[in-house]
Design a protein around this ligand. Sequence first.
Ligand code: PLP
Length: 455
Amino acid sequence: ASASASSFADSAAGAAVKADDRAHVFHSWSAQGLIDPLAVAGAEGAYFWDYDGNRYLDFSSQLVNTNIGHQHPKVVAAIQEQAGKLCTLAPGFAVDVRSEAARLVAERTPGDLDKIFFTNGGAEAVENAVRMARLHTGRPKVLSAYRSYHGATAAAINLTGDPRRWPSDTASAGVVHFWGPFRYRSAFHAENEAQECERALAHLEQTIAFEGPQSIAAIILESVPGTAGIMVPPPGYLAGVREICDRYGIVYILDEVMAGFGRTGRWFAADHFDVTPDLLTFAKGVNSGYVPLGGVAISAGIAATFETRPFPGGLTYSGHPLACASAVATINTMAEERIVENAAEIGEKVIGPALREIAGCHPSVGEVRGMGVFWALDLVKNKETREPLVPYNASGAANAPMAEFAAACKRGGLWPFVNMNRTHVVPPCTITEAEAKEGLAALDEALTVADGHTD
Ligand code: PLP
C-alpha cells in the first residue's frame, strides 16, 4: 500500500527544495553524499506530508519532541502574538513570558526544583547542569550510563553512552561510564527486575568506590533512557541512586530532555518513581520544539551556591521571548486539553496492549517496553538467543534489515523512529485512538519485512 495522498501536491516545488538542500545544507549525523532527505511541504497534528502528495503518520514525533503535535493553533497564535509585541530581549532583563514560563515549569518539576536556567536545547542544558554540579561540589568527575544519549556538544557527547561519542571522546576527561539496569540485555541474567535493580545499584556503588567519591561531582541519568532503547528502570533504581548520591554528596542530575513534558504519561518521568534530583534537564516537549528551548531546573541547595557567587555561563538567546511564549502556550494547552492524561491513557489502553499482541505474532520482536507514548520494540534475529536483528552500530549492508523495515513503514504511510536494532513508537502525546490504531496496523504490516531476516 502506498502512503495516503493529501490534497496537496507540487512535485516541481519539492524538487527545487531538494536541489537547494543537496547543494547547500550540511545535515547532522550524516555522510552528506549518502543521504536523500524527504522534502516536507507541511504538517498538522500527528501527520506531515511531502510535495508528491504522500502523507505520513509521525510515529517519531520528529526527534521525539512534537509532544503537542504539529501546528497546534494555540501555540502558533501565542508565537505570532509575541512576535508582534517583542521578538528578542537579552537574558539579563526580566520579561513577562520568560517569568511566566519559568513559573509554569517550576510548578510542574518535582520537589524544590524551583529555579529555571533557560537554554536553547537539550545539550546546552546538560552542559550547564554539569558545570553547576562541578562548581557546586568543587569535584571534577561525572558518572553517566552506557546506553544513554545526552546531546552532541562537547560535554554532552562525551557523557553519551553510545557509539556517537567515539569520534570525539579524546576530550572525555572526567567522564566515567557505568551500566544501568536493563534486564533484557544484561550480562548478569537477573531472574527478576528486583535482582537487576540490586545488581545495578551495587555496580554503581563499586564504580564510585574505585573512582573515589570525593572526586565525583555528579551522576547523570535519563529517568527513562530514550534514544538508547526506552528502558523503563525497575522500581527502586532511581530512588536507590538518590540514596547513593546523598551518601557521598554527589549531585543527582536527571536528564528529562526526551522523557519530560508528558511523554511517559506524567509531566516528568521522575514522577512515576517519586524521586527528586538536584538538577533536572529539559527541552523538546517543553514547547514541542516550535522555537528552540531547553533548560535546567535547579534545586534550592544548588541555587543557594549561586546566590552570592556568579554562575559563569549563559547564552545570548537564553529564555528567548518567542521560545518562552510558545512554552507558556504549550504547557497551558497541555493542561487545558488533558494531553498528558491522553498520553497515559493511550499508552495503557491502546499502544501497550497492541504492541504486546504484535510481539506475539512476529518472530522479529524480542521485547516490548515502555509507558505513555514512549515505547520500543527490540528487534531480534532469534527470540531465544536475543541476537539483535542488526549488529550494534551497524551501517551499510549490515544495517539492511532495519533499512528495509523502515522503508516498509514509509510505504505504509508511517514515519518510524529507528535506532540500531530497535523501532520506537513515540507519537505525539495528542495522538487519538484511531490514529494510534492506524499506525499500529502499518507497523504490524512492516514487521513482516523484519521477520524475513530472522533465523
Ligand atoms: N538529552 C536527552 C535525554 C536527549 O534525548 C537529547 C536529544 O535527543 C538531548 C539530551 C540533546 O538535546 P538537543 O538535541 O536538544 O541538544
